[in-house]
Design a protein around this ligand. Structure first.
Ligand code: NA7
Length: 541
């Protein structure tokens, strides 16, 4: 499409959990709205993450929308942790049920968005040279959706095939008989490694930082569990929306050191046997106190040495940072996979990767010949996908310029930013976003934004904008909360440390979903406290 200008009330970017629900709500509110997505189908990250073993680590019965009881009851999850094809099917089911596709433009990337201060509208441009004029500009681009492919010398010379987990081909990749190398042992690597090892002739794992991982103990749901979850819908919805992390999981009622060593071993052992993230919430101070954290870290280290038969490999796999401060991982047979004769582990912290050659990967210890390289090297989190677009607010200032110093990222509630009127971010930096079960906080963001837009329309307000002092206060509050935890003491993608040259800063609200939702509701109730509301006729605040 060339040189066309479309006029809409709202443009939403991304057809994942965020964008689909935003579309549903705004359309229901009577707005003209269109969602744009670079993919040719719905799903967001679940459209792209098709690597072997791709699965969500939130429990299925919570990893879905709760806005519609009918939807909840019509959909049935198969297993405790949903696998990527099931999540993609679910999001397609949602798109069909609510007839969302007519208002989604696929295969279209938004290149830029500029706020026109005279018209009080956003001018948005696509990669197809279409221009859209919209009153509201809303991003639902995900927190971990821009792939990080490390800049390793020689990648172009590699004669085999290479893939990033987050941009996996749609057709099945056949590993049988192949020598495969995988770089990265975060959630994606840990899920993919056991599955690829089953198929490949040989798998070499290039590990930079060892990871703590706990068995998921995934299994099919029983019919009774499904019936119970559906019958319990209303209570579940109430609980997850008020909870800390978007599930009904309970956080321990006491500090770890209040128990004796034997008592703690029993508590951790039970959580290990139950599987999933329960081990992180056994006690209430595991992410706040170094001594408490060491107890759970040491427990997992001992499990690694129990499982992995070769002591040298077990040593290489043993982490020494605070458990949970890099994203906590759950797995199926991760450590067990290193007992296989066709799997080897290379420590690239000790012997760094020097280059990718035509034949494989060369570290300072020598060359590994490979047919396939898998990059499980993660994402430019939180800001990467926002920075891929030129977003220009008042006075032509770009969001990237404003946030250049990551440590000083400024948002108000993680949804808005001063200087960017009528722009909303679903799970932007400084919202609770990734520290929990995301669909639940996405729903809250979408509902808050919809209520806000309805309020503006009812009160004939043209422009809403965060006040600089309100957002400075919010950012300060987020920083102070983060400093009470161990998250800021470890390098991770949460802090931006995984991206070369990225300014460091922990940009997530750690106060929990429930308290955050309550705070947002109070701000709305007080007539959108901390925002300037302006109409062309009158100034309301
Ligand atoms: P992660 O968790 O960021 O993991 C990326 C992995 O790749 C991690 O082990 C990194 O080591 C490693 N990595 C990154 N760059 C390199 C280079 N240049 N050389 C060697 N190793 C490297 O990404 P995932 O995709 O696994 O998971 C992302 C999120 O998706 C996850 O947190 C869940 O929320 C879902 P490092 O630890 O940086 O030393």
């Amino acid at each position: 499409m060339e040189n066309q200008t479309t006029t809409l009330d709202a443009v939403v970017i991304g057809a994942g959990f965020s964008g689909l629900y935003m579309l549903y709500r705004l359309r229901e509110a009577g707005l003209s709205v269109r969602v744009y997505d670079a993919a040719d189908g719905v799903g967001g990250v679940w459209y792209w993450n098709r690597y072997p073993g791709a699965r969500c680590d939130s429990e299925s019965i919570y990893y879905n929308y709760t806005f519609s009881e009918e939807l909840y009851k019509e959909w049935t999850w198969k297993s405790k942790y949903p696998e990527q094809p099931d999540i993609l099917r679910y999001l397609n089911f949602v798109a069909d049920k609510f007839d969302l596709r007519p208002d989604i433009q696929f295969k279209t990337r938004i290149k830029s968005a500029e706020f026109d201060e005279t018209a009080n509208r956003w001018q948005i441009r696509t990669d197809g040279d279409e221009t859209i004029s919209a009153k509201y500009f809303i991003t639902g681009v995900g927190c971990i959706s821009t792939a990080n492919i490390p800049n390793i010398k020689g990648l172009n010379s590699f004669k085999g095939k290479w893939y990033h987990t987050g941009h996996w081909p749609h057709e099945k990749v056949d590993f049988s008989g192949k020598r495969v190398g995988i770089i990265g042992t975060g959630s994606s690597g840990v899920q993919a490694i056991p599955v690829i090892a089953n198929e490949a002739a040989h798998l070499t794992v290039f590990q930079r930082t060892p990871q703590y991982s706990v068995p998921a103990r995934n299994r099919p749901y029983t019919e009774e569990e499904i019936l119970q979850a559906k019958a319990n819908f209303s209570e579940m919805k109430r609980q997850v929306r008020a909870s800390f992390g978007g599930t009904t999981a309970k956080i321990g009622d006491r500090p770890a050191l209040e128990d004796s060593f034997e008592e703690r071993q029993k508590v951790f052992g039970d959580a290990w046997d139950a599987g999933g993230h329960a081990i992180l919430t056994c006690y209430n101070d595991l992410l706040a106190s170094e001594e408490a954290n060491e107890t759970v870290s040491e427990f997992i280290r001992s499990k690694i040495h129990e499982i992995v038969e070769d002591p040298e490999t077990a040593n290489k796999l043993t982490p020494y940072y605070y458990y949970g401060t890099k994203r906590a991982i759950i797995d199926t047979d991760y450590y067990e996979t290193f007992n296989r004769s066709n799997v080897s582990l290379v420590d690239v912290k000790k012997a760094p990767i020097e280059e990718i050659t035509s034949k494989g990967i060369r570290t300072t210890d020598g060359e590994y010949e490979l047919d396939v390289i898998v990059f499980a090297t993660g994402y430019d989190g939180m800001t990467g996908s926002l920075f891929k677009m030129d977003i220009l607010g008042r006075d032509g200032v770009s969001l990237k310029e404003k946030w250049e110093n990551g440590a000083a990222t400024r948002t108000y509630l993680g949804m808005t930013s001063a200087g960017f009127p009528n722009m909303f971010m679903i799970t932007g930096p400084e919202s609770p976003s990734v520290l929990g079960n995301m669909p639940i906080t996405i729903e809250q963001h979408v509902e808050w934004i919809t209520d806000c837009i309805n309020y503006l329309r009812e009160h004939e307000v043209d422009v809403i904008e965060a006040k600089p002092d309100a957002e400075a206060e919010w950012s300060k509050h987020c920083g102070e909360l983060a400093d009470t935890t161990l998250y800021t003491k470890v390098e991770s993608w949460y802090t931006g440390a995984n991206i070369e040259g990225k300014a460091l800063g922990f940009q997530i609200y750690v106060g929990g979903y429930g308290p955050y939702h309550q705070k947002c509701a109070e701000i709305a109730k007080n007539g959108y406290e901390g925002f300037t509301l302006k109409s062309t006729q009158k100034s309301l605040l």
